[in-house]
Structures are given as C-alpha cells and as structure tokens.
Design a protein around this ligand. Structure first.
Ligand code: B12
Ligand code: SF4
Ligand code: SF4
Length: 389
C-alpha cells in the first residue's frame, strides 16, 4: 500500500499552493509499493522506462497522481499556453481528479465507430447512432471549443466483493459517478472560465454526451485503449471514470499515449463469460453483461438470461483479470464512492419484491437509477433463476 509521504504533502501546503486539496494525492496502490512494469519488475523507475512509464511521480507531465506543486512566484494570471495548461491541471487535481491531460479536438481518423455501429454491435443504444457524427468530429460538440481537458478519477476500493447470491460491478458501489464527477467537472469548467475561457464554449461531460471519451483520453496522454476496450492508465489501471471539459482556452496539448502495453496478453478476451469480444478492441455490446443488465430494456431471451449468470448489475470480469489492475491500480480517495451495503451485496430476493417507491428511496442518486426498478427486478429474477437451474 502506498500513500504520498507526509513530508511531500506538508511541503506542498507550506508552499502555499492553494490548489492542493487536502485529500488529493493520497491514493494507495492496490498491491505493490512501486508501480513496477513487466520489463522492469523489481526496478525503481529512476528514468522513463521503455514502456513509457514516467520516471517517478514527480515528473510525469501532469498525467500522474501526485498533487500539484507550486510553479514558483506568480505575477498575474497565466497567459502562455504552457502556463494555462499548468494552471488548468492544478485546478483539475484540486477538484479531486487523479490524472489530467489536454488534447486538441481534431477529427478522429479511425473509422471503428461507424463500422461497429453498422455491424449492429450497439444493440438498442440508439443514442450512439445519433451522436456518431459529433463523436467522429469532437470540435462540433461545443461550438467554438478547440481543446479538451480530460480527467480520470479512480473508483477502486480496497475491498473485494463479498461472496453472495448476486454481484454488482464495482463502479456502482457508491454514489452515482455522474453526480460526483459532474460537480467536480463543473468546478473545473468554472476555473477555466476564470483563466479566460469563454463560458459559451466551455462545457463539461461525463458519460452522458456525444464525447468519444476514451479516444480523447488516449490523445491527451492518459493511457492506451486496451484489448478489453478500456482506457488503461499505467499508474491508475482501468477502474477509472473519464470526464472532459471542452473549452476555447488556448491550452498547450500533451503528447498522445502511443504505446500499447497489452503485449501478447489476452486474459480479458479469454475470461469474458459470454465471448463478447469478436476480436481485440471490438466488443459486441449485445453479448455484454453490462449492456444486458443496464442498457437493454425488456425481457431476456433464454440465451441472454443464461449469460447474466450471477450479475445483478454490470460486469467486471474483463477488468478483474487484467494484470494492470491486479498489480498497479490505485485505490480511490473519493469518500462519495465509499461502498454501500445495499449496492455491494443486495439480496436478489429483496430486489424482486421492492416496490418502485421504496426502490427510489433506497437507490436515489446511484447507478441503479439507469435501469430503474423494473430493470433491476428483471435482473434479480434472472439471477435467482440461474441459481436454481
Ligand atoms: C456505450 C458504452 C458502453 C457499452 C459499449 C461498451 C464498448 N466497449 O463500446 C456497454 C454498455 C457495453 C458499456 C460497458 C461498460 N462501460 Co461503458 N460506455 C459507453 C459509452 C457511453 C460510449 C462508448 C462507445 O462509444 N463505444 C463504441 C466503441 C466503438 O467506441 P470506444 O469504446 O470508444 O472504442 C474505440 C476503440 O475501440 C477504438 N479502436 C478500435 N480499434 C482500435 C484499434 C486500436 C489499435 C486502437 C488503439 C483503438 C481502436 O476505436 C473506437 C471508436 O473510436 C462511454 C462514454 C463515452 N461517452 O464515451 C462509456 C464508458 C466507455 N464506459 C465505461 C465503463 C466504466 C463501463 C463498464 C466498465 C461498466 C461495468 N463495469 O459494467 C463496462 C465495460 C465493458 C467494456 N469492456 O467496455 C467508462 C470507461 C472508463 C475507462 N477507463 O475506460 C466510460 C468511458 C464512461 C465514463 N465516462 O467513465 N459501456
Ligand atoms: S463486461 Fe463482462 S460480459 Fe462485458 S465484455 Fe467484459 S467480461 Fe465480457
Ligand atoms: S487483460 Fe491483458 S490484454 Fe486484456 S486489457 Fe489487460 S493487459 Fe490488455
């Protein structure tokens, strides 16, 4: 387990850097004290390694998990692109984000989204068809914007899911991330406006919007798009949410993350219980438990019902088997993501019987609101049926 040394935390405060939040930078590693990577196991990262990991927390160009440090005496608001980016990154960390990068909003060259949609892999997620043009041309999303400040926030908890009759994906164990990140992104957007961004061209997004979030995160240097399609940050792993603030502020951009650290591994592809990966980086959502239990409406077919297994909501299998999560992922320091019993280990039998009013009281402001009482009761019935067959 690793926490930022107290000396570094107090040093940052002594320097009077108002942007250092008391809790930022105190993430703990899940297992190893240093983020070793396969080619240099046991070695300390004294210099950038061949896999592109930064030399230490102190020099990772702002995409690390270290707290913001004072950049020296300031004589007025920053104006150069580099100084604006440094200020934007301090604001991101001060508002609770664990990694931040900046990219431009040029078109996405890869044609994967169109091919994926045409192949029917989105299932009934019609909004992805409607948003496709903007996702391909991110500059069209918020007219006037030219940059994205992309942030990651870890949601990994120290506890393993308890054994029980039904499982819930880790990302849903606490308060709804749309609310938590939404408030923090709004504060970040306000900070950008204070730095000179136009309010009309500065908009924040998390999940709900036509933003190609993983593409922008990779472009902003935050990680690679892995074989399980997740964005993996070399120090945070993939148990992260992605948020973005689009803006017209003249920010200096970060270099994209060009390495692919999956190598010859295929653990996620082999572990998926429904064989949802037609090939690496190609997920047929119609076979994905996450899609079926959250996005899909109506009854399950017999085959879909069997695929659900014991998952009541979402699925973590292709992330749980990933060595980057097993060894290097960082625990979150966000108190609002603290696991709640009714989300980590709900009783399927109770969920089936919960009336809509009680459901709304118990699960208000949680990710369970997406499928709603009918969707959750359907999932619970299926999990019970799967246990008895
Ligand atoms: C639709 C959607 C889903 C769908 C489809 C998932 C999918 N893989 O496409 C379903 C419901 C199944 C789903 C499930 C989950 N989701 Co979801 N989902 C989204 C959403 C809204 C859109 C994603 C999308 O556009 N998919 C279409 C595909 C084609 O696009 P893409 O994933 O970006 O893929 C690109 C790459 O594949 C790339 N590509 C293709 N070929 C190649 C080749 C190379 C070499 C490279 C480098 C890239 C590459 O091109 C594609 C398009 O540009 C995003 C939010 C957003 N606005 O982006 C969240 C998002 C991706 N989901 C998220 C999460 C947390 C999950 C779950 C973990 C939840 C859970 N535990 O149940 C699972 C994970 C399943 C998985 N392995 O992906 C997070 C991911 C965070 C991260 N660190 O990556 C996001 C970003 C939401 C957020 N704001 O945090 N999700
Ligand atoms: S979330 Fe589960 S079902 Fe979906 S691709 Fe990953 S392992 Fe397969
Ligand atoms: S399990 Fe292996 S192949 Fe899959 S995302 Fe992780 S490193 Fe890449």
């Amino acid at each position: 387990m690793r926490a930022l040394p107290a000396s570094e935390r107090s040093m940052a405060r002594e320097q009077g850097d108002a942007c250092v939040a008391p809790t930022s930078g105190v993430l703990e590693s899940r297992a190893s004290p240093l983020p070793d990577c396969a080619p240099c196991v046991g070695a300390t990262h004294a210099s950038p390694c061949s896999w592109g990991l930064p030399a230490s927390e102190k020099d990772s160009k702002g995409t690390d998990v270290a707290p913001a440090r004072s950049t020296g005496p300031r004589s007025g608001p920053p104006t150069s692109p580099d100084a604006l980016t440094a200020a934007a990154k301090r604001a991101a960390r001060a508002n609770g984000f664990h990694a931040v990068g900046v990219c431009d909003l040029g078109p996405i060259e890869r044609d994967a989204l169109r091919r994926w949609l045409e192949a029917g892999c989105a299932g009934s997620m019609q909004y992805l068809h409607r948003q496709a043009a903007k996702r391909q041309e991110p500059a069209q999303i918020a007219p006037g914007s030219t940059r994205a400040v992309v942030v990651l926030k870890s949601y990994l908890q120290p506890d393993e899911p308890p054994p029980g009759p039904g499982r819930v994906a880790r990302y849903a164990w606490g308060e709804d991330y749309h609310r938590v990140l939404g408030e923090q992104l709004a504060a970040l957007a306000a900070a950008l406006v204070e730095l000179g961004a136009s309010p009309d061209a500065t908009r924040w997004y998390v999940d709900a919007g036509p933003v190609p979030e993983r593409e922008l995160a990779q472009r902003a240097g935050l990680g690679w798009m892995a074989k399980n399609t997740m964005l993996i940050h070399p120090r945070l792993g993939s148990y992260t949410f992605i948020g973005a603030v689009l803006t017209d502020l003249e920010l200096a951009v970060d270099p994209p993350f060009t390495a692919d650290h999956c190598g010859s591994c295929r653990a996620c592809l082999d572990a998926c219980p429904t064989a949802a990966f037609a090939q690496p980086r190609w997920l047929d959502a119609r076979r994905c438990i996450s899609y079926l239990t959250i996005e899909h409406r109506g009854r399950f077919t017999e085959r879909e019902g069997a695929w659900i297994g014991d998952w009541l909501f979402g699925c973590d299998v292709c992330q749980d088997v990933c060595p980057w999560n097993d060894k290097f992922a960082q625990l979150t320091d966000e108190p609002r993501f603290a696991p709640r019993t009714e989300l980590v280990a709900p009783s399927p039998a109770e969920l089936v019987l919960l009336d809509p009013a009680d459901f709304r009281t118990r699960y208000r402001h949680t990710a369970f609101e997406r499928p709603g009482p009918a969707g959750i009761a359907r999932n619970a019935r299926q999990v019970i049926a799967n246990r008895t067959t």
